[in-house]
Design a protein around this ligand. Sequence first.
Ligand code: GDP
Length: 441
Amino acid sequence: MVFEGLAEKLQNTLHKLKGKGKVNEKDVNDAMREVKMALLEADVNFKVVKDFVNKVKERAIGAEVLESLTPGQQIIKIVNDELTILMGTTQSKINFSSKPPTVIMLVGLQGAGKTTTGGKLAKLIKKQGKRPLLIAADIYRPAAIKQLQVVGGQVDVPVFSMGDKQNPVDIAKAGLEHAISNGNDVIIVDTAGRLHIDDELMGELQSIKSNIKPHEILLVVDSMTGQDAVNVAEHFNEKLGIDGVILTKLDGDTRGGAALSVRAVTNKPIKFAALGEKLDDIEIFHPDRMASRILGMGDVLSLIEKAQANFDEKKAKELENKIKTQSFTFDDFLDQLQQMKNMGPISQLLEMIPGAGKQLKGLEVNEKELVHIQAIIQSMTKQERQNPSLLNGSRRKRIAAGSGTSVQQVNRLLKQFEQTRKMMKQFADMDKGVKKGGKFK
Ligand code: GDP
């Protein structure tokens, strides 16, 4: 799970505050000490942590918050706001040129995921109706060109290459010419990386930059490397000037330090997040949604978007309404399960459901378990699915027998379903509470 350790610690700390009817300055200070530790343990830059905690404290200790009816919730909202600001506030798009082709240059250290990300980006851009061309300008890493050709083939995007005997600057220039004469409106140049930053690499990248005049220089960094990723970003930005960052391997990054510090340290936006090795595993980076995920408030918007991308709009709207009005039933649950498989790894989807990441952690979702869950729900009557409170002992026994599972399994599912519903309700109430307060929009 993305940011698992951090998410759990922050959620626990803030949960304690939420449980209190009255909150005083000492409570806030205690909580902020815990928040500070959690962020430092997540490998967030020290200065960033200090600023963050001070800002939250300053806002939280104000009289309107402490004397409000829901101080704990207001403080969670402040933490959410400040986390969002830390990661850049708003979504940051690619600047497509009004005079195509738009030139995108991907830079970064070896192994950060440049080549893979080039393919992912090409696929994403192609979906927007554009005609991208990938350019293989990494002549040093063995097999980098071949790898880009394979990736290009998988996403059905052409790859321009001139082998590994030509100068990368010449390759980039020739690639740009090729795009112009072939009507490609976006080029994505895959440049060479090194294991460490060195002057020779920077010199080459600067030379490519001055020759092809990119509209976007996107730095690809491996988020698993934490503070190192932030240092790399700072360095590239100083030497080359970057327009944005793509964070890769967020699927494996349970700490989250890079994601939380890179924007504050470099002042450059995170534009995309990559969450897996497959060519679909890339998302536009939304700071507000990421903050909500970290605080266990889920990411209903991304969930809905994923649903929309995979299913018809009507169904996605229905899901949105059900989550909002808390009328999510076992029928919906079953429906979602059946469709989920098309939407990607289930653990990632669960994280997007408010509260589910934490609540369902023990569930260990695997395909086999899903078959059981499906069987249990299918053994319920229509009424039972709509109204789980009907499920008394004898009905549970009947369902277990009908689905080939045990009463314990049935009980476990019911409990988990109830917890999820409760979390959805809390999320909705919290939203309402904050809106009513009207202070922290
Ligand atoms: P490059 O040297 O920067 O071009 O890096 P590659 O594109 O060859 O990627 C290095 C390794 O990281 C490969 O094994 C990729 O499959 C893997 N990788 C890239 N992006 C991600 C990601 O978002 N998540 C995970 N888990 N692996 C990734």
